[in-house]
Design a protein around this ligand. Structure first.
Ligand code: ZN
Length: 347
């Protein structure tokens, strides 16, 4: 969920080092606008990240085909999506024909409303169902959004005592970005996909094959990955990230098997919904081990009669810190544990 704070340079390096392309194709290019960087990871395929001048909160994917283009995920607000659409025009003159939502979460789908009617929005039927519901009031969006004023206040406190001019300028910039984001959030009207799928849909655009695959429940009940078989690239949304993914709407007991199916796809590169691209399938195995451990420990504590909040204090997942240094038992983690209790109760 956290915005990637890595520099454009780090991402360019990561992308370049991932691509063991023949020399003729090796010059992958990056197009940068005021708001976005488009890192070309294969011919016409761009991994899209925000530059930080507007809060976008998730990565996107742009696929430029013979006659048209496809975007994957619409960011967190109408303003962020407008900036994305404007930036795409600097990369290609071809019209965006489809927008794909990897899942229904606010940070990937709350820019949907600014896409005009002639652009079909494709998502899992679960994504449509959730976006037609009260997503703004539900725990996930409400918690993340509700925390922003406190974060701004914290930054203001830091700013007051900061003496380094460069750090001061950074803080002022980030406060401005977040204040604009708070305003932009008021404009959100959750907008569902206009075309839905259940297990798989394949788009053939020009010479390109684009597979949209629901591998099973995991991060949510309706995640889809975008798989390009020829380019051996998969965009995973939040189903698989380089860091621990948010579990507050997850199906932790099924996520492991879903990831096993992800591993069986013939890809070389994972482009995640947050963070940097990566190639190591071992990180999927590491995440599976974490999910199994988390599930087993929560089940055991629940069986012992502990409430979710009591269980949170007893969980010990430190063994996974080596693979996931960001692991912490914070509020987001707590939402994940409470969710597991609900999933067990629903079984
Ligand atoms: Zn996300």
């Amino acid at each position: 969920m956290n915005p990637s704070t890595l520099s454009k340079f780090a991402i360019a390096l990561a992308v370049a080092s991932l691509l063991a392309l023949p020399t003729a194709q090796a010059q992958s290019k990056t197009v940068t606008t005021d708001t976005h960087s488009f890192h070309e990871v294969a011919d016409g395929v761009y991994f899209v990240v925000g530059t930080g001048s507007i809060f976008v909160q998730s990565n996107s994917l742009l696929i430029v085909n013979e006659d048209d283009a496809i975007l994957v995920d619409s960011h967190v607000t109408p303003d962020a999506a407008k900036a994305l659409i404007k930036s795409v025009k600097k990369v290609t003159k071809k019209p965006v024909r489809y927008l794909v939502n990897t899942h229904y979460h606010f940070d990937h789908a709350h820019g949907n409303q600014v896409f005009p009617d002639n652009i079909e929005i494709i998502g899992h039927e679960y994504t449509r169902e959730r976006l037609l519901g009260n997503v703004l009031e539900q725990t996930t969006a409400a918690t993340f959004t509700g925390g922003i004023p406190g974060q701004i206040k914290g930054m203001r406190g830091k700013l007051a005592s900061e003496t380094d001019p460069a750090k001061k300028a950074d803080l002022e910039r980030e406060i401005n970005v977040q204040e604009a984001h708070v305003k932009a959030l008021k404009e959100v009207i959750p907008t569902p996909p206009t075309m839905t799928m259940r297990d798989k849909m394949t788009l053939f655009r020009g010479g390109r094959e684009i597979q949209l695959i629901h591998l099973g429940r995991g991060h949510t009940g309706g995640d889809i990955v975008v798989f390009l078989p020829e380019e051996r690239i998969v965009f995973t949304g939040d189903l698989m990230l380089p860091m621990l993914a948010y579990g507050g709407d997850g199906f932790v007991n099924e996520w492991d098997e879903t990831l096993e199916r992800l591993k069986s796809l013939p890809f070389d590169v994972i482009l995640p919904g947050h963070g940097d691209p990566f190639t190591d399938k071992g990180q999927i195995t590491n995440f599976q081990a974490y999910l199994r451990d988390l599930w087993a420990q929560v089940v055991e504590l629940k069986e012992q009669g502990l409430t979710a909040d009591e269980a949170i204090g007893k969980l010990d997942l430190d063994a996974h810190k080596e693979n996931f240094p960001g692991l912490s038992y914070n509020g987001i983690f707590e939402l994940g544990v409470r969710r597991i209790y609900k999933v067990i109760d629903a079984q």
